[in-house]
Design a protein around this ligand. Structure first.
Ligand SMILES: Nc1ncnc2c1ncn2[C@@H]1O[C@H](COP(=O)(O)OP(=O)(O)OP(=O)(O)O)[C@@H](O)[C@H]1O
Ligand SMILES: [Mg+2]
Length: 451
């Protein structure tokens, strides 16, 4: 039974368009898809909260590909915009998790909302749910989605539902295909559905004008997807061989014996990128950590990097990198060397051979595995300014928009578009250092000594 306490919970939310449709939809699988900032996440979270308030002892789940990304995005919206009042009144409380149960929110009517990242799915895989919501669903694999689907059998609601929210991705993405085949319903969300950005008469609010100006400034496939909401393929993709399902791997503890390398691309207005690579005994490279941040001094990046690699006592937490492969700017290199306490090696910056070397590593080898991987959540800290500008905020996010520049009137690919390429440059420098020189001249394998 819903008590007076739950009935009292203040919920102010006006669903429009696809969000309104969502509240009526009983399909067992659905995706809210659309450009950035149309209110997809908020709508799914409100639906979950309202259903929890009105249905005692029901069980819910909010999930994302990784627990870290869930905590830094979806759950911020959830606590700040959805359950704020219920939390303040004690109708909803936070439960930190136990040996058997996932962490989440407990309602005074006995309902529970678990939260989880699919990087640690053990606890949710032994639970049963009525309604679940996967945010940024394009990051999930089909296997993640189907695994969660098997948990929808709690039977406390007369209907069960698996909701996902996402921006459009490539037209070949499993979500688009699943919806096209009729296995799931797609609700198409648009900016006009968001009252924070668009008034009822179709004019933009001040906040909406500022937000859409950022989307208007995007280019290429990012613009098609994030501004126009199109499931668009990137034309002239350079690393078309990069497949999230193959090259993106969950975080793991890198064995101590694996050699480490750093590669650096300088920037201030554009992001500064520092990538940590580990090499397994078969020569495969893993990007396991990354600083990708704009508007900070090289000196500050260097200090942050030292803190990640060394204890305050100066002892190494992890093996010292064998080389710091660096963009050429002399002044930046000198500053980096001074504050990092490591010598740097100038990168081989030849574009074409470097790109070919990366492309070749992305191909699967005889053992069915490629020779280059990126770890999920390698990023040390998200740059809010890049997020707000809807620019890529880490190397992995650059790859799907890294394209050849086509000469006006011509078709021959000459060089990459010099935009949102900072992480891709760092990756190219790393691969060039390992693959482009004769073995004797490869970046010295001997350890470099601290200055
Ligand atoms: N119906 C609404 N009423 C008031 N504010 C709303 C509504 N819908 C969305 N907003 C606000 O608009 C902003 C964007 O909403 P939200 O984060 O849900 O969008 P999204 O479509 O999930 O975005 P993204 O594509 O970036 O994931 C948020 O600040 C949210 O609070
Ligand atoms: Mg969202």
């Amino acid at each position: 039974m819903t008590t007076a306490l739950e009935q009292d919970a203040v919920v102010r939310y006006e669903p429009r368009g696809a969000a309104r449709e969502l509240f009526r939809c009983r399909d067992s699988e659905l995706f809210m898809a659309g450009p950035a900032g149309t209110g997809k996440s908020l709508a799914c979270l409100f639906r979950l909260h309202l259903t929890a308030l009105h249905n005692p002892n029901a069980r819910f789940l909010i999930f994302r590909k990784t627990a870290v990304s869930l905590g830094s995005t979806t759950l911020v919206t959830w606590e700040k915009k959805v359950v704020t009042d219920a939390l303040a009144r004690g109708i909803v409380t936070w439960f930190g998790g136990s040996a058997r149960e996932a962490p989440g929110y407990r309602y005074s009517n006995g309902s529970k909302v678990d939260v989880a990242g699919m990087d640690r799915p053990e606890k949710i895989m032994s639970a049963e749910y009525d309604l679940v919501f996967g945010d940024e669903a394009t990051e999930l694999t089909l296997n993640d989605w189907e695994s969660v689907g098997t948990r929808l059998r709690n039977g406390k609601l007369s209907w069960q539902q698996q909701m996902g929210a996402c921006n459009p991705s490539a037209p070949t993405h499993w979500i688009k295909q699943r919806c096209d085949q009729g296995a799931a319903k797609m609700l198409v969300s648009r900016h006009r559905d968001n009252p924070a950005y668009v008034n009822t008469d179709g004019t933009l609010t001040d906040v909406g004008r500022a937000y859409l100006a950022k989307l208007d400034a995007l280019t290429g496939v990012r613009k098609s997807r994030l501004r126009d909401g199109i499931w668009a393929a990137a034309e002239g993709l350079i690393y078309g061989g990069f497949d999230d399902a193959v090259h993106l791997v969950d975080a793991f503890t890198v064995p101590y014996e694996w050699p480490r390398w750093l590669s650096v691309d300088f920037g201030f207005t554009n992001p500064f990128v520092m990538q940590w690579w580990a090499e397994d005994p078969d020569g495969r490279l893993f990007l396991y950590r990354e600083i990708y941040h704009s508007q900070r001094l090289v000196e500050d990046h260097a200090k942050q990097a030292r803190g990640l690699m060394l204890y305050p006592s100066g002892q190494w937490r992890e093996p010292r990198p064998r080389a710091v492969i660096c963009d050429h700017d002399a002044e930046d290199r000198a500053t980096l060397e001074k504050h990092l306490g490591l010598k740097t090696t100038p990168a081989n910056k030849k574009v074409s051979p470097g790109i070919q070397a990366v492309q070749s590593r992305l191909k699967t080898a005889g053992d069915g595995r490629p020779r280059l991987f990126v770890m999920r959540d390698a990023l040390v800290e998200r740059d809010q300014a890049l997020d707000e500008a809807k620019k890529p905020a880490c190397t992995e996010e650059e790859i799907s928009g890294y394209v050849w520049a086509v000469k006006p009137g011509g078709t021959a690919p000459e060089a990459p578009v010099k935009q949102n390429d900072h992480g891709c440059d760092g990756m190219r420098y790393m691969v060039a250092a390992r693959d482009l020189l004769a073995p004797k001249k490869r970046v010295a394998l001997k350890s470099i000594s601290p200055r």
